[in-house]
Write a protein that binds this ligand. Structure first.
Ligand SMILES: NC(=O)c1ccc[n+]([C@@H]2O[C@H](COP(=O)([O-])OP(=O)(O)OC[C@H]3O[C@@H](n4cnc5c(N)ncnc54)[C@H](OP(=O)(O)O)[C@@H]3O)[C@@H](O)[C@H]2O)c1
Length: 343
């Protein structure tokens, strides 16, 4: 089996294509021929060497794929028989020709949904679903701020918010991204490079705050977010992209940001009626029922046309394609999802 591996931590040019051994299927596993693999920010962090959940090197990144079931274990449900078109979450190794996955990570997709679109769903939409609706429990009438609004998770959250009577706000890194977010229904998008989003929020909300903040940035935004919460407001922490300084890691800079990050005081949280919630999909793979239920729900929404992932662009599923995709994301050029597709 051919995989696109990271042999050592470094810039996007480190990717190499290698033949790797394909393990036997367990009775409840399927083997999927990969047609498209989603690229996630976590893949960049893993390549740099800033991702604690990454397996030992060399490994292939890739947390999600879409493709066709090639082979099914003896106890796999008939709905995932060979030939079925599917999307799946994966624990790494998605940048490959084929991948083995337990059946509860896999859901069928209809003919009407192309592989590129399906590969954009599992990670971004699972994260957004859990952050916005499951843990964040956003309710009609609430004001929600989404940091990184123009990224894959940010746009998935906006997509899932449609029709729920939520007042959505966002931050992004350029006026162009903010303009596009507002065209999608965001009440106000703040360009965090040219204005202090917290100050600008206060004037936009006339002194009021947010009921829910989705925060993948980490130490640099957390304290301001906490201060911007309404009573009984929640902040969902699911990333630390502000620790990424460029295409290579700077452990010193990252460690400084982590060490100077604000600590949460439970008594203050109690007195101010505020909630802080962490979310890490990589540590949720053991929650089979939750995973199956959430993936099943996303599969239905996708089949019904109720969610429509924003695809920014595709690159070939090759070492050179993976390198270009990672460079594109480092340069923050994406509005939506970047996907690797089989040539
Ligand atoms: N905990 C979980 O389970 C989980 C799951 C999925 C994703 N995440 C996290 O959610 C965040 C967004 O992921 P994603 O896949 O949606 O991202 P993405 O589509 O790859 O988008 C990346 C965007 O993040 C922004 N950004 C912020 N800091 C950056 C930096 N240092 N370098 C490059 N870009 C930076 C840029 O937008 P602007 O120009 O607008 O700033 C960039 O376009 C990441 O922190 C990721 O690790 C967490």
């Amino acid at each position: 089996m051919r995989a696109i591996v990271i042999p050592k931590n470094g810039p996007p040019s480190v990717f190499e294509e290698r033949e790797v051994e394909d393990r036997r299927l367990a009775p409840k596993d399927v083997r999927i021929r990969v047609e498209a693999a989603g690229v996630n920010f976590a893949d960049l962090m893993g390549r740099i060497g800033l991702y604690p959940d990454a397996p030992p090197l060399p490994y292939a990144p890739g947390y999600e794929v879409a493709g066709v079931v090639e082979e099914a274990g003896a106890q796999v449900e008939p709905t995932l028989a060979p030939g079925t078109r599917v999307m799946a979450t994966t624990r790494f190794w998605g940048y490959a020709d084929a991948i083995r996955a337990p059946q509860h990570w896999v859901v069928p997709i209809p003919e009407s949904v192309d592989f590129t679109t399906a590969a954009a769903v599992p990670v971004n939409y699972l994260t957004a679903y859990l952050a916005l609706l499951h843990c964040g429990a956003a309710k009609p009438g609430e004001r929600v701020l989404v940091h990184g609004g123009a990224g894959g998770v940010g746009l998935a959250a906006l997509d899932l918010a449609r029709g729920r009577e939520l007042e959505m706000y966002a931050t992004a890194g350029s006026d162009e991204k903010c303009r596009r977010l507002e065209a999608l229904g965001v009440v106000k998008a703040f360009n965090y490079r040219t204005e202090d989003w917290a100050q600008a929020s206060r004037s936009a909300l006339r002194g009021a705050g947010y009921h829910l903040i989705l925060d993948p940035l980490g130490p640099t935004s957390f304290q301001k977010g906490l201060a911007m919460l309404e009573p009984l407001g929640r902040i969902m922490c699911y990333g630390f992209s502000s620790l990424v300084e460029g295409q290579k890691r700077s452990l010193w800079k990252a460690a400084t940001k982590v060490l100077t990050a604000s600590k949460v005081n439970p008594i203050t949280l109690m007195n101010e009626n505020k909630g802080v919630h962490g979310l890490n999909l990589a540590q949720l793979f053991t929650q089979r029922d939750l995973h199956r239920e959430a993936m099943g729900r996303l599969g239905t929404l996708l089949s019904d046309g109720a969610i429509r992932p924003t695809i920014d662009c595709v690159f070939p599923l090759t070492a050179a394609g993976a390198a270009s995709a990672h460079e594109y994301l480092h340069e923050r050029r994406n509005f939506g999802k970047v996907v690797l597709v089989r040539g």
